[in-house]
Design a protein. Structure first.
Length: 135
C-alpha cells in the first residue's frame, strides 16, 4: 500500500502474484498466466517488463523477483516467444513493427514506417509563434 493513496502499487501486486509466473514451465503457460491477470510480458532493451493492459504501466520483471529476470527465464523456458497477442499486434503493424519497437521514444508512426524526429527547441518554437505582448 502506498502511504498517500492507500492503494497497492502495480509492483506490489506483481510481487504478491509472482509465484504463478515463477512456476510456469513454458512460455505458453507463462503468457496464459499473464493474460489471466491482465498483464503482458514485453521485451524492452536488455530485459523484460510487465505491462498492465489497462493502464499501460511498466514494471521491470527482475525488480519483482530475480527468477523473473530475462537470463533466468530464458535459461529455464528457452528463447523468448512472444504471446499470441503481441505476435498479432506486430502483424497488424506490418513491416514497421520491429522498427517501432526498437527505435525508442523519438519516433512518429506514419503509415507502416517510422520517422525519427527531433523535438524543436524553445527558440525555434518561439520564433515561429506570432509576437505576443509580454507581461
Amino acid at each position: 500500500m502506498t502511504p498517500k493513496s492507500g492503494q497497492e502499487s502495480f509492483q506490489g501486486w506483481l510481487q504478491r502474484h509472482a509465484q504463478g509466473f515463477i512456476d510456469a514451465t513454458s512460455w505458453e503457460e507463462f503468457h496464459g498466466i499473464a493474460d489471466a491477470h491482465g498483464v503482458r510480458l514485453d521485451l524492452r532493451a536488455n530485459g523484460f517488463v510487465f505491462t498492465n493492459r489497462r493502464s499501460l504501466i511498466h514494471v521491470k520483471a527482475s525488480s519483482i523477483d530475480r527468477r523473473l529476470a530475462k537470463t533466468a527465464l530464458e535459461a529455464r523456458l528457452g528463447t523468448f516467444v512472444a504471446s499470441e497477442y503481441q505476435q498479432g499486434y506486430e502483424k497488424s503493424l506490418g513491416s514497421g513493427a520491429s522498427i517501432l519497437r526498437d527505435s525508442g521514444k523519438n519516433t512518429r508512426r506514419n503509415g507502416n514506417y517510422t520517422k525519427h524526429y527531433a523535438k524543436p527547441s524553445w527558440r525555434v518554437w518561439r520564433s515561429t509563434e506570432p509576437n505576443r505582448s509580454r507581461r
